[in-house]
Design a protein. Structure first.
Length: 481
């Protein structure tokens, strides 16, 4: 996931960060647990209990009331799985939850799709839970880590001199042919975009324009398990800077200084990343965040979280990683999902991949990074997937991408990484969806890919799996006259 940030200062320009670099994956097994220490852990159940036809009918009626009407409408329009609901949507069996709680564990995040919960428990309690007859697996152990609390002052601002409406974002927006869509009234209005990342600092000027403030439909912090994604005072930047920058590239609105790719959209914000370390448990938080956003009406979902080091290239197959499975569930429910190709770079060998999950998910739109002249960024990950699918599929600005400053609430700087190209593209897709709200995922993908500059020039996608279909022209994809 996002673990570690590499800083580099470019002379004569705003500060540039390469975001999304890796830190070692923390892995503990049960044998290494120590008495008297509390651990985070995952508990997966064998089933959802023995349900009668009458109980299933009652569950379906309850789900219809629980789900946001926009989620129901989206499922009816784009869901590819049979029916409106399935067993993945059913609640975790209450007796199983009671058994885990009786063992003394504190239940935290629940995932219906994965049929399990994250818990806080000590070694003895973990042993009791493992012996329960309905527990399928218990694992993903790690010690809860304190959040660091020191300040940073490395951002600097450059006075705005732009005369263009988009300010620093002019090239980013124009590169995707978005100006025409925005002028035609398609800037994401009526579209709900979910962002799954770190925490989010929403105090910057670009999120608080008096006539155009950020619209947040829902939010949840899956790390702290509460309904507030805003960082506490003096929290170390690794817990919120990444999410804040990502969100700004889509939702920022400060005319003539900074305007993102979908300023009129509504947003669902989810923190599913600890910030400083990598844990397998974060995958479970991620899937729970997918469920949260899908249930609350997300139409488009973007994440810049990947799991570095957790899976081999042989497992980048669209069905192995937990994050990938979660993205497959989300797209099967009609959510248009975006993921990065990762920052591991590329080579000209079409059979060698550096793709990272969940960018291998089946119907996820996977995004690579280019500079403002369209040149591929040297860090942009390449495909294909193990089963030979084209990844990445599209490209957007991910090198020296304009973002909000973290310390200076009036300022801006630049950052680099597929972590930025992905939300930039998600905002563009939200505008396209506003223009064609009835399109299926298949129809939207086709229009988007066939508008790519590589496809338009060569009539096919890049055979080296580096550029995909190229940089899309959203005005072409929308067939604007």
């Amino acid at each position: 996931m996002v673990a570690g940030v590499v800083f580099c200062l470019v002379l004569g320009l705003l500060p540039v960060l390469l975001v999304g670099e890796a830190t070692p994956l923390v892995v503990l097994d049960e044998a290494s647990l120590v008495d008297g220490v509390t651990y985070d852990a995952w508990v997966g159940f064998k089933d959802k209990g023995s349900l009668s036809a009458k109980e299933i009918e009652a569950i379906h009626k309850k789900l219809l009331k629980e789900f946001d009407p926009r989620a129901i409408e989206r499922r009816k329009l784009r869901r590819t799985s049979k029916g409106l609901f399935d067993i993945r949507d059913y609640p975790i069996y209450s007796e199983y939850l009671a058994g885990v709680a009786k063992a003394g564990a504190k239940i935290r995040v629940k995932s219906r799709w994965l049929n399990g919960v994250t818990i806080l428990a000590d070694k003895k309690q973990i042993g009791v839970i493992k012996a329960l007859p309905y527990v399928k697996v218990i694992g993903d152990f790690h010690k809860p880590m304190p959040k660091k609390t020191f300040k940073i002052t490395w951002e600097t601002d450059v006075p705005a001199k732009e005369s263009n409406y988009y300010g620093r974002c002019e090239k980013m927006v124009n590169q995707l042919g978005l100006t025409k869509l925005h002028k035609a009234g398609f800037a994401g209005k009526g579209v709900v975009v979910a962002v799954i990342d770190t925490a989010f600092d929403l105090s910057h000027k670009a999120f608080n324009h008096p006539k155009h403030p950020l619209r947040v439909a829902a939010q949840w912090d899956f790390v702290d398990n509460d309904d507030d994604v805003i960082p506490v005072k003096d929290l170390h930047y690794t817990h919120y800077s990444h999410g804040t920058m990502v969100l700004s590239s889509i939702a920022g609105y400060d005319p003539y200084r900074f305007v993102g790719t979908a300023p009129d959209a509504e947003y669902i914000l989810c923190n599913a990343e600890f910030g400083e370390n990598e844990f397998y448990l974060e995958e479970k938080w991620f899937v729970a965040a997918l469920e949260f956003a899908e249930k609350r009406g997300a139409h488009v979902l973007t994440t810049s979280l990947v799991l570095y080091g957790g899976y081999t290239q042989d497992q980048v197959d669209g069905k192995t990683s937990i994050m990938t499975k979660g993205m497959n569930f989300a797209t099967a429910n009609g959510v248009i999902c975006m993921a990065p190709s990762g920052n591991s770079g590329q080579d000209p060998d079409p059979f060698k991949s550096r793709l990272t999950p969940p960018g291998d998910a089946l119907d996820v739109i996977t995004v690579g990074a280019v500079d403002n002249k369209g040149g591929i960024a040297d860090f942009s990950g390449d495909g294909p997937t193990v089963d030979g699918r084209m990844k990445p599929e599209v490209l957007a600005l991910g090198f020296r991408t304009p973002v909000v400053a973290i310390e200076n609430k009036q300022g801006y700087f630049q950052a680099s990484g597929t972590s930025l190209s992905t939300p930039v593209m998600a905002g563009a897709v939200a505008c396209l969806l506003q223009a064609h709200p009835k399109w299926t995922i298949k129809e939207l993908r086709k229009a988007l890919f066939e508008s790519g500059d590589y496809f338009r020039q060569y009539g096919k996608a890049d055979p080296h799996y580096i550029r995909g279909y190229g940089i899309p022209d959203l005005s072409r994809a929308a067939a604007l006259k």
